[in-house]
Design a protein around this ligand. Structure first.
Ligand code: NAP
Length: 263
């Protein structure tokens, strides 16, 4: 689907990092962008930047784990824009720890935000996208949804859950004009790791630290836009992470062995 001027779009987690970069990229293409996350003040700052870039922002503070709130946000954006044609479920957090040490409260909020938050968003937007097709959903998930790593069990589960949820949704809606993509980046330079209990410079698997370059949020935003424009299914960035994901799919036992020996 082409990103045309005025395209009515909806980005969750738009107040920071990758979501902000996607909103600015859509702004530069003169899209109308609903900016959704919990912090209204941070969203207002991004809205100013989107306006400066040439887009038309609409700030809607909402928590993706609150089903009624996210449904309300979707209805407000659709009413204000007249329709919705592009949705980017991106809101997410990282919390890490060995599986038996990880606090249940942390695991619960991780799953609620990263998995249920996407499901609530997609469920709420689909009637609008089906009405306005051609339309597209492009979620930001993670390479961790494809390649497991030590101390990431709950995070990996949340992202693998989203990938599989969207793969099933795609089967339902593709022939009705709604594309579905999931973009799986490796580590990205954003505030994501603050308070996550994982330092990407020391705690990620050795091969990832040695061979996979750290992405900038703008690079992920470009990958998201390309996925929408070319109706891609699963996109892994950067290229070396794509190679690791392919290797794991082909030879999972070998990949696990390497992962255990070189943590
Ligand atoms: N950075 C990485 O290395 C990396 C790698 C792979 C994938 N990802 C994924 O990329 C996505 C964006 O992360 P990022 O790196 O841009 O991190 P970030 O800068 O910390 O941004 C996270 C965004 O999610 C929003 N958010 C968190 N909880 C929310 C909730 N309950 N309701 C609504 N919004 C919520 C935050 O906004 P508020 O605080 O205003 O609510 C913020 O806008 C996440 O899904 C993450 O898992 C990140």
């Amino acid at each position: 689907m082409k990103i045309v001027p005025g395209l009515p779009s909806f980005v969750t987690g738009a107040s920071s990092g990758i979501g902000r970069a996607i909103a600015l990229e859509l702004g530069a293409r003169r899209a109308r962008v609903a900016l959704v996350s919990r912090r209204a003040d941070a969203l207002e700052r991004v809205a100013d930047e989107v306006r400066e870039a040439g887009g038309e922002p609409l700030v809607i503070p909402a928590d993706v784990t609150d089903e009624a709130a996210i449904r309300g946000a979707v209805e407000r954006a659709a009413a204000s824009f007249g329709s919705l044609r592009l949705v980017i479920p991106n809101a997410g957090i990282g919390r890490y720890g060995l599986s038996w040490e990880h606090a249940p409260s942390e695991i619960e909020s991780l799953i609620r935000i990263n998995l249920l938050g996407v499901i609530f968003t997609v469920r709420a937007v689909l009637p609008h996208l089906l009405d306005a097709a051609p339309a597209h959903i492009a979620a930001v998930t993670s390479s961790a949804g494809l390649i497991p790593h030590v101390r990431g069990s709950a995070y990996c589960a949340s992202k693998a859950g989203v990938n599989q949820y969207l793969a099933a949704v795609r089967l339902e809606v593709l022939d009705r004009g709604v594309g579905v993509s999931w973009i799986c980046p490796g580590a990205v330079d954003t505030p994501f790791f603050e308070g996550a209990n994982l330092d990407p410079d020391t705690d990620l698997p050795l091969l990832a630290r040695l061979f996979v370059r750290r992405l900038q949020p703008e690079g992920v935003a470009h990958a998201v836009i390309r996925a929408v424009e070319h109706n891609r299914r699963e996109v892994v960035v950067p290229a070396m992470m794509r190679f690791f994901a392919w290797t794991r799919r082909m030879t999972p036992a070998l990949a696990d062995w390497i992962n255990r020996k070189l943590p």
